[in-house]
Ligand binder design. Structure first.
Ligand SMILES: Cc1ncc(C[n+]2csc(CCOP(=O)(O)OP(=O)(O)O)c2C)c(N)n1
Ligand SMILES: [Mg+2]
Length: 1025
């Protein structure tokens, strides 16, 4: 099995010196030297025949030799350097100057190295560096021993001119400003000792990749940990803890396999050391200050992690495994539709070995591999905000990956790229790749183009520790080191757990169909528990009795818990986490609340958000926008979309809520309408008025942040963020609505169905700019139909609509709105927080309405004053439907047509109606499409008993709201005996593959025609002729 990609480019960069083959082989028996390349370097040392015939490279002018220390790769170069330094120390780079000075200084005072030349020292240095860079290529990482690796030639001492005769000579290697056992202040050593320690450190069962990290301090920190003078050793007591943990991991899987022989559980067999590795990592992290860990992981080993790491009660796991009993029916106990056991999330507190306490949350995830990654990061970031963890050392995210998915899924890269962004950073995620060297049936050579499955993390300068999973102590060491790195440098780190998969993709799958050779080896390969047991017994410090005792204990607890699982009565499902106490499930009524705000608060925050410091000099255009906003607040009239939104944010913040808006270019706003962050045109300084609403406001309380150019990753992040605490309004805005399909997995798998599957709520708001204004097929549609199609309200049943009994919106999976006034937008945002439950909100956001003269509201529509226009029977709140704006009474028999529409087409219809002086057509705006406002629709149907009923939309017939509206409208009509499906007239574009035409003139014609048709005097032809 080739578990890595051959043809390493690293190897191709190796120093080439053609010394005789025999010399090379005496040092590296596992080496398969790469075929000789055309690039050879001229050298004066031990020149071979072949070499003297090699072409001489063009000399490099000394002025160009500015490379920093250790970057030089040819011996010619080294010699030139030495000569140049001897002639003039200032002619070489400072780092080389230091090297020569250091060497000369040491050589004159150390008698043991009298025979060592500067050239030897330099070449030895290159050899050491080669181990640091490429040692991992020679490490024994594959437990199955099937690797066929081309070991880079630069790990061969012969390449540097050393021979057998040099082995017992002593060398000095003071490497300037570098840590490790070969650094300054370490004693002189024989070449043999140096090589053997290099092999131990870099070519054992851990392969370290870190030399891609440009930061010297970080590399030195790692070298200090790796190049210790003596190899690592765990004492007996610690070894027994590790053994105990490995026994739990192994016996847990065996137990499940023996009790449920035919069940799919995606067991961990072959990677059992993940469990002790994680536990030791968590213990170490807790010792270093971590208090809470958010975990994301795929199916494989999930039950084991739940039981042994998160410590979900085993009886509960067994009971769920036996058939997933639905919890007993209890009033208000929402059970959702459930999910398979290996997708569920949970959280528990557990003690650590060092006596600390850790809160662990495993985030529920769909089958879609890696999709949970950004969600975990977002949740971690939110925890950091809510615990004031400014250094990001108390809350840590950890992601477990498969080798296939880590290399193959793009969201991994998107997530990694969030890791160092100021508003998305979580202080480093620890990644563990369960690298079982296969993805379902696919070999690595077909599954990735990179050498290692972890290469993607190199883009982030994350260190990568490849570790042979059969060496459990090496696993523990790598995992601890990862925790230490994260707590020290607050950045990502990867542990690549090279293991195998003992069975097929799942337990009932046959792996030998596709990997016969590998599985032949696996069949006779001992369990890592067995391997460790033998090692412990060999050490003489552990007896068979000790081993038996542990195994017996584990097995008896497993049996006990299994017995107890039969009588296990599911507790009230761990419905919502602690911050969510008091929040209502979809089955518990939550009264609709008003969202109007006291006029004086509106005035005050209005002023605060439309002013900036006196000496601040924003762009002229932005200044004008702010002056206009101040004027709008002052006069209480003409409030536009941008200000309406800012008022919603500001009022929520002053009420103590956290508001976070993220997405591409959201600070200014794609359409230059938001301007939430001002830029001083002279100094470049930034000022965000929404950060200055209250005294000493936490700067993160209102967060607006331009994101990386990612949809899947960023939306996932915001979703995770929104799930932590209900008192936050978290918003993701797409640049244009159609870009949301780059994040389709998030909508399908998490946002629309997460509550039903995993019993977790989110009030996430998604803003999708939508509307036909002639910008072509790629910028017109937010794909309203997709969101409506995924809505779960029954089109043929009218639910309870009485205001005091109504649960319609709680029972529905999400809300989809297409709002047409700034005030209604203000209220729909505030409604997200002012209720006792949370529900995702999809907003088809406007584009041309942002500056539309008619699309404005008065401040009186935002306040809570009785008698003001926004105030109806119950108070001021979001209007699910806006009735016709002409002054209609409750019964208007003379109206010949009721046009129902949604979004910006309303303004075009209204304009045409005015222009044509049409008096007998009423136009109603369905502001909330889902859940369908049956009560208000029926009210309008009753108001116009003789009207022809029209649904008008600007989208093609197979898009927009039509397909969703038609059956529901029909249900509403039937209940009032107002006709059936054929009585719903359609006005809109014809069905189309593309969302819109790319020809502007055609767009204008289509738009004019449909608007005119909606108002035409003649009846409209039915859809079904
Ligand atoms: C996004 C996505 N695509 C495809 C699948 C189907 N699938 C399930 S497991 C698997 C192989 C995963 O391989 P790897 O990441 O190496 O994990 P392993 O199963 O080996 O632990 C595939 C392709 C999936 N679950 N998610
Ligand atoms: Mg795999």
């Amino acid at each position: 099995m080739v578990w890595f990609r051959t043809g390493s480019s690293v190897a191709k960069l190796a120093i080439r010196r053609t010394l005789s083959q025999s010399q090379c082989c005496s040092y590296a028996t596992r080496t398969r030297v790469l075929p000789s390349q055309t690039r050879c370097f001229h050298s004066t040392i031990l020149k071979s025949k072949a070499e003297s015939a090699a072409p001489v490279p063009r000399p490099v002018p000394l002025s160009k030799l500015t490379d920093s220390f250790l970057d030089g790769t040819s011996s010619v170069y080294l010699e030139e350097l030495q000569r140049a330094w001897e002639a003039d120390p200032d002619s070489v780079d400072e780092s080389w100057d230091n090297f020569f000075r250091n060497f000369v200084g040491q050589a004159s005072t150390s008698p043991g190295i009298s025979g060592q030349t500067i050239q030897e020292s330099m070449r030895l240095l290159l050899l050491v560096r080669a181990y640091q860079v490429n040692g991992h290529m020679k490490a024994k990482l594959d437990p199955l021993g099937l690797e066929e690796r081309d070991i880079p030639e630069d790990l061969t001492p012969g390449l540097y001119g050393f021979t057998e005769a040099d082995l017992d000579r002593e060398f000095f290697l003071g490497v300037w400003r570098m840590s490790g056992f070969l650094s300054e202040n370490r004693p002189v050593q024989t070449l043999r000792a140096i090589l053997s320690r290099l092999e131990q450190a870099y070519c054992g069962t851990i392969g370290y990749e870190y030399m891609h990290i440009a930061d010297r301090e970080k590399c030195n920190w790692l070298r200090d940990k790796i190049e210790t003078p003596t190899p690592r050793q765990y004492h007996s007591e610690r070894r027994m803890v590790i053994y105990d943990r490995l026994a739990w991991s192994t016996q847990f899987e065996n137990f499940l396999a023996s009790k449920w022989t035919t069940a799919k559980r995606f067991g961990l067999e072959g990677a059992e050391s993940l469990i002790p590795g994680m536990k030791e990592m968590f213990d170490r992290a807790a010792d270093l200050g971590v208090e809470s860990i958010v975990i994301g992981m795929p199916h494989r080993g999930r039950l084991n992690v739940l039981g042994n790491v998160v410590r979900k009660p085993l009886r509960q796991i067994f009971s769920e495994f036996s058939g997933g009993t639905r919890p007993v029916d209890e009033v208000g106990l929402y059970t959702g539709t459930g999910d398979v056991k290996y997708h569920l999330g949970t959280s528990y507190d557990r003690p650590t070995r060092g006596g600390k306490h850790l809160h662990l949350s495993l985030v529920a995830n769909p089958s879609h591999l890696e999709a949970v990654d950004p969600v975990v990061m977002g949740k971690t970031r939110a925890k950091q905000y809510y615990t004031k963890d400014e250094n990001r050392t108390k809350n840590m995210g950890i992601l477990i990956h498969g080798d296939g998915s880590f290399a193959g899924q793009g969201v991994v890269y998107e997530t990694l790229h969030l890791s160092a962004l100021p508003n998305y950073c979580t202080g480093g995620t620890v990644h563990i790749v369960v690298n079982n060297q296969v993805a379902f049936t696919t070999d690595p050579r077909a599954g990735r183009s990179s050498q290692y499955c972890t290469d993607v993390a190199k883009a982030l300068s994350a260190p990568i520790f490849h570790v042979n999973a059969d060496d459990i102590e090496a696993v523990v060491h790598a995992c601890e080191l990862a925790a230490e790195w994260r707590q020290t440098f607050h950045s990502d780190v990867v542990v690549d757990l090279v293991c195998y998969r003992r069975f097929g993709h799942n337990e009932i799958d046959e792996p030998s169909f596709t990997q016969p050779k590998m599985y032949k080896v696996i069949r006779s390969h001992p369990f890592s528990l067995q391997i460790y047991q033998e090692k412990l017994l060999e050490s003489g410090k552990v007896t068979q009795e000790d081993i038996d005792k542990i195994q017996k204990k584990v097995s008896s607890i497993l049996n006990e818990e299994f017995g107890a699982s039969k009588d296990y009565i599911p507790q009230k499902r761990d419905w919502l986490a602690s911050h969510w106490t008091g929040f209502k499930s979809p089955e518990q009524i939550s009264r609709v609340r008003n969202t109007g705000v006291k006029p004086e608060i509106l005035k005050n925050v209005g002023k605060a958000i439309s002013t900036f410091p006196e000496n601040f000099k924003p762009h002229r255009g932005v200044k004008r926008v702010y002056e206009q906003r101040a004027q709008m607040i002052e006069s209480g009239e003409g409030i536009d979309w941008g200000l309406g939104e800012a008022l919603a944010f500001a009022t929520l913040v002053v009420e103590g809520n956290h508001v976070r808006l993220s997405g591409q270019d959201v600070e200014r706003g794609t359409f230059s309408h938001r301007h939430s962050v001002l830029h001083d045109q002279g100094t470049g300084k930034q000022y965000c008025p929404l950060d200055h609403l209250t005294m000493n406001q936490d700067p993160e309380m209102f967060t607006v942040s331009n994101s990386s150019l990612s949809e899947f990753g960023v939306l996932g992040f915001e979703l995770g963020y929104s799930m932590e605490n209900p008192n936050s309004l978290v918003i993701w805005e797409a640049q244009f609505g159609d870009f949301a399909n780059g994040a389709q997995v998030m909508f399908d798998q998490f946002i629309s169905s997460g509550e039903a599957k995993w019993l977790r709520q989110t009030g996430l708001v998604v803003l999708l700019p939508h509307g036909y204004d002639g910008q072509g097929p790629e910028h017109s549609s937010g794909r309203l139909e997709r969101f409506l199609q995924m809505s779960d309200d029954n089109p043929y049943v009218i639910p309870e609509m009485d205001p005091t009994l109504r649960k319609q919106i709680q029972e529905c999976n999400w809300q989809v709105v297409n709002v047409t006034t700034p005030a209604n937008y203000f209220h729909v945002l505030r409604r997200q927080i002012h209720r006792d439950f949370r529900k995702p909100l999809i907003v088809m956001a406007p584009k041309n309405l942002l500056r539309h003269k008619q699309c404005v509201s008065n401040l009186s529509e935002f306040d809570d004053v009785k008698g003001h226009p926004g105030f109806d029977k119950q108070g001021t709140r979001f209007k699910r439907l806006i009735k016709d704006q002409s002054d209609h009474s409750d019964l208007e028999e003379g109206i010949r047509r009721l046009v129902l529409c949604s979004g910006k087409v309303y303004y075009e219809l209204d304009e045409e109606r005015k222009k044509s002086e049409t008096k007998d057509v009423a136009i109603c705006r369905v502001e909330q499409l889902c859940p369908f406002p049956y009560d208000l629709i029926q009210r309008e149907l009753k108001r116009y008993p003789n009207a022809e009923i029209v649904w008008c939309q600007e989208e093609p017939m197979n898009m927009g709201g039509y397909q969703y509206i038609a059956p529901r409208l029909c249900t509403a009509m039937k209940a009032l005996q107002r006709g059936n499906f054929n009585d719903i007239k359609y006005v809109g574009r014809l069905p189309s593959a593309a969302t819109a035409t790319g020809f502007y003139q055609l767009h204008v014609k289509e738009q004019t025609d449909l608007v005119k048709k909606a108002l035409q005097p003649e009846p409209i032809t039915p859809v079904v002729p």
